[in-house]
Design a binder for this molecule. Structure first.
Ligand SMILES: Cc1cc2nc3c(=O)[nH]c(=O)nc-3n(C[C@H](O)[C@H](O)[C@H](O)COP(=O)(O)OP(=O)(O)OC[C@H]3O[C@@H](n4cnc5c(N)ncnc54)[C@H](O)[C@@H]3O)c2cc1C
Length: 386
């Protein structure tokens, strides 16, 4: 195991920084090592070079977008290299009907850039500006317009990926690996950029009128987005920043919706001291293309329903109650044939993933992991035992 200073030396070609002071994630339940080494590659080629070096030297790499995942999967240990995606931040209009965005572009900023041209990105997260494009892929992704446009996976055409050996590849939606990248939490490679479908804005002329001209050659640089508050969208307000907001989502088929709602209500009553619960949410998710196995086990439309609110306990006191709540939620999911949205939630240990995905899917995921990341350097210990 190398110290942050040794990693700094090994990755000297990639403008590394040794950071003193831990970082945390949304919800602030866990934190990183006090000192760690980080890099922020600015291109796919640089990222591929860095991962090639990490692979050759057996250096574990932790990948971080915006740090919104509640499970702490983006927090580096002292001997890990943190790979930040923030400099992969450009947006380009290259191919009719699509937009290409760097992994680190915040989804709401991407949508703002696209809307300047009379189009929009059909599916982004609800709430406020937060997840990055690749962070959303890593989770799976759904949003308020998933009733019309399906999950995020339905709206991405290609992903550019660097695997755990440093090989750069462009993966099209027709390829077998493609659906496995949704919900994979960075286990199968680092997403460099994504090409997404765009649709005309609802405010654009309808009824047979032509869509707005495709803005070929237009785009926005990371620097422009950073300097344009109107492109960034709102973040949490002051009260929300002070809270520890947690979500617990079930993906349920329509036939189990009423029972799933009733079980969530009972779970809230049983764990009344855990969160200050808010009104539960329910998003229908349309299905046109195959659903990624890591998101939901069947190819059918489903609902994302959930319980959420601010944590009422200190992080220290919350560990036991969160575990008991999580186990009960997993039981409910299993009994009803639902799936937990485990990728974006606070989890207690690695076995949660195996139970949640089911043995067959977990083993298929493990086999892909062995192909894509034979040295097991990416997000080690997060989903599979180290
Ligand atoms: C306020 C808020 C609202 C949300 N709303 C929704 C919602 O409406 N719908 C929904 O589906 N989800 C929602 N989420 C969950 C969120 O989409 C996921 O947690 C998402 O993974 C966060 O993205 P991020 O950029 O912050 O990723 P991080 O938290 O930085 O990372 C998450 C995971 O992705 C991996 N990762 C990050 N970048 C890459 C990359 N380039 N390549 C490979 N792996 C990578 C990380 O290693 C980690 O395992 C919400 C979360 C918050 C906090």
């Amino acid at each position: 195991m190398r110290s942050p200073q040794q990693l700094h030396e090994l990755f000297s070609a990639f403008a590394p920084r040794v950071i003193s002071g831990p970082i945390t994630h949304f919800g602030r339940l866990r934190q990183s090592a006090d000192t760690f080494c980080e890099i922020a590659p600015a291109s796919g080629a640089e990222l591929a070079d860095a991962l090639g070096t990490a692979h050759r030297h057996g250096v574990p790499v932790r990948i971080r977008g915006q740090g919104h995942a509640l499970n702490g999967a983006s927090l580096p240990a002292a001997h890990e290299l943190l790979l930040r995606t923030e400099r992969l931040g450009d947006v380009r209009f290259e191919t009719e009907g699509t937009v290409t965005a760097g992994a680190g572009v915040v989804l709401w900023s991407l949508r703002s850039v696209v809307e300047r041209h009379g189009y929009t990105v059909p599916v982004v997260n609800d709430g406020y500006a937060g997840p990055s494009v690749a962070g959303f892929v890593a989770a799976g992704g759904f949003g308020p317009r998933s009733n019309l446009h399906g999950g995020f996976w339905e709206n991405v055409a290609t992903l550019t990926l660097v695997d755990g050996t440093g090989r750069l590849d462009r993966i099209d939606r027709s390829e077998a690996l493609f659906p496995w990248l949704f919900g994979a939490m960075g286990q199968l490679g680092v997403v460099v950029e994504a090409t997404l479908d765009i649709v005309p804005l609802d405010t654009a002329p309808a009824d047979g009128a032509s869509p707005p001209p495709y803005p070929a050659g237009a785009g926005a640089s990371r620097e422009l987005i950073a300097a344009s508050p109107e492109l960034q969208g709102p973040g949490p307000d002051e009260a929300e920043r002070d809270e520890r907001l947690l979500w617990f989502t079930l993906f349920t088929p329509g036939r189990s919706l009423a029972r799933a709602q009733a079980r969530l209500a009972a779970l809230e009553a049983e764990h009344a001291g855990l969160l200050s619960y808010r009104q539960r949410y329910a998003y229908p998710i349309r299905q046109r293309r195959p659903v990624p196995a890591l998101v939901y086990p069947r190819h059918e439309p489903f609902f994302a329903i959930g319980s959420w609110g601010a944590l009422r306990l200190s992080p220290g006191d919350a560990a036991g109650p969160l575990r008991a709540h999580g186990e009960e939620l997993t039981r409910i999911a299993t009994e009803l044939g639902c799936r937990r949205y485990i990728q974006s939630e606070t989890t207690c240990d690695i076995d949660d993933y195996r139970v949640c995905f089911g043995e067959e899917t977990y083993e298929a995921f493990r086999r892909l992991k062995a192909q894509q990341d034979p040295g097991i350097i990416l997000n080690r210990g997060s989903v599979f035992a180290p």
